[in-house]
Unconditional design. Structure first.
Length: 143
């Protein structure tokens, strides 16, 4: 089963959108495997956003994501990587369709509420940056 890394950014946390966003993925039918409120270190932010290192906004990106707590999550389900991105909407909230998370709650590209992995390779890499194996829950055990 596919897994993805989703992270509610400091703007989303401060605007009390955690419950609303988690609810959307729960109602869609995906399974929450791990979640934690955490403050990202500069080193972790630079590793996570390594592919954007040469972009002019890299410094801004790192300082924003480390500016306050984020809500880091791992979600599981069929095609969860691409479906979560569809539910998030375009990177720039001004271009994101109404009904999507960024379309409904965002205005600026830097403060676009949520991050989601863009491929299976990124998902694996990002999950391993933010979570260790023991934090990834299994629903297989009998209740
Ligand atoms: P995210 O999905 O977290 O991945 C990289 C982030 O870079 C992206 O969301 C945006 O928030 C951010 N970003 C993209 N373009 C710009 C820009 N021009 N200025 C500031 N941040 C940007």
């Amino acid at each position: 089963m596919e897994r993805t890394y989703l992270m509610i950014k400091p703007d989303g946390v401060q605007r009390n959108l955690i419950g609303e966003i988690v609810s959307r993925f729960e109602k869609k039918g995906f399974t929450l495997v791990a979640a934690k409120l955490m403050t990202v270190s500069k080193e972790t932010a630079e590793t996570h956003y390594g592919e954007h290192k040469e972009r002019p906004f890299f410094g801004e990106l790192v300082s924003f994501i480390t500016s306050g707590p984020v809500f880091a999550m791992v979600w599981e389900g069929e095609s969860v990587i691409s479906t979560a991105r569809t539910m998030m909407g375009a990177t720039n909230p001004q271009e994101a369709a109404p009904g999507t998370i960024r379309g409904d709650y965002g205005v600026q590209v830097a403060m676009n509420v949520i991050h989601g992995s863009d491929s299976p390779e990124s998902a694996e890499r990002e999950i391993n940056i933010f979570f260790n194996e023991e934090e990834l829950n299994s629903y297989d055990k009998e209740v």
